[in-house]
Design a protein around this ligand. Structure first.
Ligand SMILES: [Fe+2]
Ligand SMILES: [Fe+2]
Ligand SMILES: [Fe+2]
Ligand SMILES: [Fe+2]
Length: 430
């Protein structure tokens, strides 16, 4: 099959998601790609079919997606840690509904399940897929690798640790594939290299279908939840921005494709904030110059990752510019006037409007006609686009109702999905 790098595939999507997760902590940098590579090689050695290996690689790239607080991320770095199933269950919840990922979600659900509990089944009888056992082993081998040391000096200790747990923690029939790989220096050198994406693409590029527009829209929804759920203050922010930006574009009679991309850009505009520590996002006071510098980098970080998705077109540029202002007072480039695209101007209005109607750690939400007056002042001072603002003003009540309804629904979903995972469960609940 001809490789078409002009279109986005499920592999591009999984790589972007793994890069997004890497932003949360440099300490776990590349962990998901490394686990995916090790799992892929183990799966091939075990004799899995090509489509099973593909599912395994996608699961490897996404497996810790449920560990999106820094604490959860760091927990997963311990070889043995409390309640490893918490992030596995949350990861399953997040991705099970997305097209083409239902089996991948199941692999993730059980990626920390010890082999000795192999009879374990959920009440609805879901089976543990073979790839979950392979991913479990690959994940733990990846955790045992120390990037600071020569990888070939670590082979014997790593193999000793995992082989001593074959039959208890790990599936015993994985001993042979593991030992066969362990004897090859090339396997370890590849697993330790920073070029894991190239190794995965060599194997999978051309084997995955191109994503459809609705898949990209679903991806943006999934990403917006990861971005928003890090803090209850922002739990519904991106979906409010997405709904408002799309509605503004429709009111302005922009082409259907532009309206669709506006919604995606709204979902993804604050993706770069995953690299901003929660203490800064939740700080109930003015940020220091250094902290503000970290925040100011978030549009650029997001755009750099989104550039890898060719089907997003102009949306990555809109994201890069969503804090620029017409009078040049924005960031990070201090662009002004016509250098700021129309999409970025719409996104900026939707972002400020949504932000001022939400509670934040340092202030309460604006109510009644205060948001409109605040936005009009920003348009009068040439920060926000006056033309976009006049469209907003003409439909203010409708847009405000739409935003409120979308955010209320998102709030209910957040409560159902995240609250059960917010704290470790008490004994009485288990
Ligand atoms: Fe994990
Ligand atoms: Fe992991
Ligand atoms: Fe932002
Ligand atoms: Fe925002």
């Amino acid at each position: 099959m001809q490789v078409n790098r002009d279109r986005t595939t499920l592999l591009d999507l999984a790589i972007v998601l793994s890069d997004v997760m890497d932003m949360i902590s440099p300490l776990v940098h590349n962990h998901q790609k490394r686990a995916a590579y090790i799992a892929m090689r183990l799966g091939e050695e075990y004799g899995l079919k090509a489509d099973q290996v593909t599912e395994l690689v996608l699961a490897g790239l996404l497996h810790d997606i449920g560990a999106f607080s820094l604490r959860d991320r760091l927990d997963t770095l311990d070889f043995e840690f409390d309640d490893p199933h918490r992030h596995a269950r949350l990861g399953y919840q997040l991705i099970k509904g997305f097209s083409g990922l239902s089996r991948v979600a199941l692999i993730i659900l059980y990626h920390h399940l010890p082999w000795q509990t192999q009879g374990y089944e959920e009440p609805d009888g879901r089976q543990v897929l073979i790839q979950s056992h392979i991913l479990h082993l690959a994940d733990r081998v990846s955790i045992l690798m120390d990037e600071e040391k020569d990888i070939l000096d670590q082979v014997i200790p790593i193999v000793d640790v995992v082989m001593s747990r074959m039959g208890t923690t790990f599936m015993p029939s994985l001993s042979k594939p593991l030992m066969s790989l362990a004897l090859r220096e090339s396997f370890w050198l590849n697993a330790a290299s920073p070029f894991l994406e190239a190794r995965l693409r060599e194997r999978l590029d051309g084997h995955l279908p191109v994503l459809q527009p609705e898949d990209l829209s679903d991806l943006s929804t999934l990403l917006s939840r990861i971005i928003d759920y890090r803090s209850h203050y922002t739990a519904t922010h991106s979906c409010g921005v997405a709904a408002t930006a799309e509605a503004l574009a429709r009111t302005m009679d922009l082409p259907e494709e532009t309206c669709r991309l506006m919604r995606i850009a709204g979902h993804l505009h604050d993706m770069g904030k995953l690299a901003v520590p929660s203490e800064i996002i939740e700080k109930p006071a003015r940020l220091s110059a250094e902290e503000y510098g970290i925040v100011m980098d978030h549009p650029r970080r997001a755009a750099r990752i989104l550039n890898a998705l060719p089907d997003l077109g102009e949306a990555s540029q809109w994201v890069a510019q969503h804090h620029e202002r017409l009078d040049g007072s924005g960031y990070p480039n201090h662009s002004g006037g016509m250098d700021i695209s129309l999409g970025s101007r719409i996104l900026a209005v939707a972002d400020v409007f949504t932000a001022v109607t939400e509670d934040r750690p340092y202030r309460k939400a604006m109510t009644r006609d205060m948001p409109l007056r605040f936005l009009m002042d920003l348009a009068d001072s040439q920060q926000l686009d006056p033309e976009v603002m006049s469209v907003m003003e003409s439909r203010f009540d409708d847009l405000n109702d739409l935003r409120r309804n979308i955010q209320e629904a998102a709030c209910t979903r957040y409560d159902e999905m995240i609250r059960p995972f917010a704290e470790p469960r008490s004994e009485s609940e288990q």
